[in-house]
Design a binder for this molecule. Structure first.
Ligand code: AGP
Length: 366
């Protein structure tokens, strides 16, 4: 069926708003809602592998980076994240005890597919987190793990990203259980937290007007810096990518702790700095980074939750307040804020939001 925009101005806007529903659908695929456990993957024995190699491009790659933090924490399993175009050409050292995990919305991205074929040739087990069920990668991988986001039309990936996070969290929990790294209570806690994500995302969508106002101000600048730590570092990168690709504003993302190793020289009066920082164990560290940029006149736009807001004594220009949620759901919820900022910045600038210049929805040729 041909996708319709309904009452929305752009597919991207519609897809942002569909997230509560499609995240729920994706989670339901993996969870036993009565026992609050993740259904085991018959086809993957996580004890058989020494490490997970995660390979993807663009937004899918950022989802993979979040998964890297999760899998190491929840399953105690080493992860290596790879950009497909680098991986495929450098004759990488891989082992049959690596589980090769690919992530792709389209299942057709040339570099990711080539990386998958390389791993298959080397005899590795290949798994793909994929949205397009009938795609080449879904067919060729040993194991296809679906995201149920439905067709994504906007070139800027939104709902596919949050559904990838949902499916990847399921992989982390499955691996953690299989390897005895988490107990039944911890699993239940994680699953319960994730099952609340659709509702949390709905609540996050309620701050759209605020995001819109801030987005209008971002368009007055030539450049925007995004900062984050831990799982929010890939979220910062995704925020910068989203802003670049549809609003054509220059944006850069840094791991907050890397700031003093160079990019702090960029900070000048009124430079917008989006800090993605829901409250977590790294909060104090992130706040000291915020202090440093604010002291140099940057306009801090803080994306946080109520605990973060209460603990923050740095001068900030604006706050996007996210609903309180379980830590495991928090990157999914934070994604909404950075999507809305980019979307509304693009609308202000009058760009072709769904089909930004120079870009294709899936990069099937190099
Ligand atoms: C996301 O907004 C981009 N358009 C792009 O980075 C995309 O995520 C990337 O090309 C990977 O595509 P895939 O998920 O279809 O493999």
């Amino acid at each position: 069926a041909l996708a319709e925009k309904g009452n929305y101005r752009h597919f991207m806007e519609k897809e942002i708003h569909e997230q509560p529903e499609v995240i729920a659908r994706t989670l339901t695929h993996y969870v036993d809602p009565f026992r609050l456990v993740v259904r085991p993957f018959e086809s993957i024995d996580f004890k058989q592998y020494d490490r997970i190699l995660i390979v993807a491009c663009g937004t899918a790659g950022y989802a993979g980076q979040v998964a890297g933090y999760w899998i190491e924490q929840i399953a105690g399993m080493p992860v290596r994240n790879e950009v497909a175009s680098e991986f495929r050409y450098r004759d990488p050292a891989v082992s049959k005890r690596d589980l090769a995990l690919f992530i792709s919305q389209s299942g057709e991205t040339a570099d990711t597919l080539a990386a998958m074929r390389f791993c298959k040739d080397r005899g590795l087990t290949t798994a793909v987190v994929v949205n397009a069920a009938h795609s080449t990668m879904a067919r060729e991988a040993d194991i296809a793990l679906p995201t149920l986001a439905g067709p994504e039309i906007g070139v800027a990936s939104t709902k596919a990203f949050t559904c990838q996070l949902a499916a990847l969290a399921m992989i982390a929990i499955n691996a953690g259980r299989a390897r005895g790294h988490i107990d039944a209570n911890r699993e239940k806690e994680l699953v319960t937290g994730l099952l609340e994500a659709p509702r949390d995302v709905s609540k996050a969508l309620e701050m759209e007007d605020e995001a819109k106002r801030i987005a209008g101000e971002l368009t007055q600048s030539r450049s925007v810096l995004y900062l984050g730590r831990g799982v929010y570092y890939p979220l910062a990168q995704e925020g910068a990518l989203k802003l670049k690709e549809i609003s054509y504003l220059h944006a850069e993302a840094y791991a907050a702790g890397e700031l003093k190793h160079g990019p702090i020289a960029l900070i000048e009066e009124n430079l917008p700095v989006v800090v993605v920082a829901p409250h977590d164990h790294l909060w104090d560290k992130t706040m000291s980074t915020m202090q440093e940029v604010a002291a140099r006149g940057a306009r801090v736009i803080l994306v946080t939750d109520s605990a973060g807001l209460a603990a923050c004594d740095v001068k900030r220009e604006d706050v996007i307040l996210l609903p309180d949620c379980a830590p495991i759901a928090s990157p999914i919820v934070a994604a909404v804020a950075i999507q809305l900022l980019a979307y509304h910045a693009a609308v202000y600038k009058g760009t072709d939001v769904d089909q930004p210049r120079n870009l294709a929805k899936s990069v099937t040729v190099e």
